[in-house]
Design a protein around this ligand. Structure first.
Ligand SMILES: Nc1ncnc2c1ncn2[C@@H]1O[C@H](COP(=O)(O)OP(=O)(O)OP(=O)(O)O)[C@@H](O)[C@H]1O
Ligand SMILES: [Mg+2]
Length: 475
């Protein structure tokens, strides 16, 4: 009779063998995978590796390699038959690659061990006690890598809670944590390099038309333009760097676009924009009544410009300005606006002071002003009316949600609460920002980066603007 009895020891033996095979396969494949990624993403250090290859080939061709083996009394190790010699020549010449791959693979194994430790210490496990497991860790570019792990049936928020612990344990800076629900994975974008704590705004007058410098990420400077991003929202708690950024932005636009006009509203008594007072093409507003009048003018300007563009069958200001000045047609009911239409940038610092009724304003005036601002945010782009709004409070009470929906370029400096961060970015990243003046998150559509915003030395700005004032007749 056939016995159903299975010797448990034979199982254990087979398991051990299988475990060993897997370990060897993993150990051998990892350096190769790292080398392939290294070549693909161009993160490999070619110079030392190729230099070694050349030295090895010289040794082999001159027969010096065999002499070295003999001298070390390792002549018995020198390959004798053609097959082992081919292996020796190939691996000898490409040794640099395999050493580099092995170092990277070792780093990865260390990371897996430390990750597991952080998961255990942070209680990052599913209700069934399952820990997230490692899938891959690969370079994105020279400075940033992406770690992919399974989510172990846990939401992204759980990983975000453990972010600081992950950073300190892995000795990295985490840029972003994203999740793919369909594949049940979490991607962690990280780097070993810190973002610069100070980025000087240099040569701003050479940036070019419509463009502006947002800041420096870990890897590169980022720019945008009023063509791509017609309206901006700038948020952040006190001291984050909003007014500093606005001054740099206005100075950049001013010096690169001789046709731009500016309306600068600052309800803190005009102090933040004082340096722009008296320069041509710019007006500083510091009372509610003046701002109210400005928005009435902007509203009329919007109406007239739209009529002009329609009458000239131009889809936007760019198209209209292509028509020679003498060939532009004026509609009968347009009187005020000249046919020379230029971009007009309205900047509001501390917008809550303007959009929330206070002792200085009454509700109906505030509502009328808000309605006009909504119209400019929704329709201003095509006719060259741009809105840049800075606020400590990005909630819908301070900034109407219809205005906010059209301020598509967002720069958020650190926020004090998770709620404020969600209200401006739709996520908690502004709450997690380090308290470094000028550090912010730039968000434009799906694009999102941590940046150090440029610092324009106030003395340099003043000198530049004073020179403009001096050079302008009656300035
Ligand atoms: N990009 C930057 N780089 C370095 N330092 C900066 C930067 N931006 C701001 N700072 C520093 O932080 C200080 C506060 O900045 P700022 O006045 O612009 O903040 P804010 O967000 O406008 O604050 P508030 O809401 O109180 O008006 C500035 O005095 C400046 O020295
Ligand atoms: Mg300010």
């Amino acid at each position: 009779m056939k016995s159903n009895y299975v010797n448990p020891n034979s199982h254990a033996w087979a398991d051990r063998l299988w475990f060993l095979i897997k370990k060897i396969a993993f150990g051998l494949s990892q350096p190769v995978i790292e080398v392939v990624y290294g070549i693909w993403k161009d993160t490999i250090f070619y110079w030392p590796i190729l230099t070694w290859g050349v030295i090895f080939d010289i040794l082999v061709l001159s027969g010096l390699d065999q002499m070295i083996f003999n001298w070390l009394r390792l002549y018995w190790l020198y390959p004798k038959n053609p097959i082992t010699y081919t292996f020796y020549a190939f691996f000898g010449a490409t040794m640099g690659f395999w050493i580099w791959g092995a170092i990277q693979a070792r780093r990865k194994v260390n990371m897996i061990e430390r990750l597991t430790q952080v998961f255990v210490e942070s209680g990052l496990k599913s209700p069934m006690g399952k820990l997230p497991s490692f899938i891959e860790d690969r370079p994105v570019d020279e400075l940033v890598r992406k770690l992919k792990i399974t989510n172990a049936f846990m939401p992204k928020a759980k990983f975000e809670e453990a972010k600081e612990r992950l950073e300190s344990s892995l000795q990295v800076y985490i840029d972003e944590i994203t999740e793919s629900r369909s594949s049940g994975t979490i991607d962690i974008l990280y780097s070993h390099y810190e973002i610069a704590r100070m980025v000087e705004a240099e040569n701003i007058s050479l940036i070019g038309p419509h463009k502006f410098f947002i800041g420096q990420t870990r890897a590169k400077p980022i720019y945008s333009s009023l063509i791509e991003t017609p309206h901006l929202l700038i948020g952040g708690q006190t001291g984050g760097g909003k007014s500093t950024f606005l001054r740099q932005l206005v100075t950049t636009f001013y010096t690169n676009n001789p046709s731009y006009k500016f309306s600068l509203i600052d309800m803190k008594g005009g102090l933040e924009f004082q340096i722009f007072e008296g320069i041509p093409r710019a007006t500083v507003y510091s009372t509610f009544d003046d701002a109210k009048k400005l928005f009435e003018e902007l509203d009329n300007m919007l109406t007239e410009r739209m009529k002009i563009l329609k009458f000239n069958t131009s889809k936007d200001i760019e198209a209209f300005n292509m028509i020679p000045l003498t060939e532009r047609k004026r509609p009968d009911d347009v009187s005020d606006e000249s046919m020379d239409i230029q971009r007009h940038v309205t900047v509001i610092d501390e917008a809550a002071e303007l959009f929330l009724a206070s002792a200085k304003s009454n509700i109906s005036d505030v509502q009328a002003l808000s309605r006009r601002a909504i119209r400019i945010a929704a329709q201003g782009r095509a006719v060259g009316l741009h809105l840049i709004v800075a606020t400590q409070k990005p909630d819908s009470k301070a900034i109407n949600s219809q205005i906010k929906a059209n301020l598509t370029g967002i720069i958020s400096f650190p926020m004090a609460t998770l709620g404020a961060s969600f209200s401006i970015l739709g996520n908690g990243r502004a709450k997690e920002l380090p308290a470094i003046p000028g550090r912010a998150i730039w968000k434009n559509g799906l694009e999102q980066f941590e940046v150090q915003t440029p610092f324009l030395n106030p003395h340099d700005t003043k000198c530049l603007l004073d020179k403009i004032k001096k050079d302008t007749p009656n300035g």
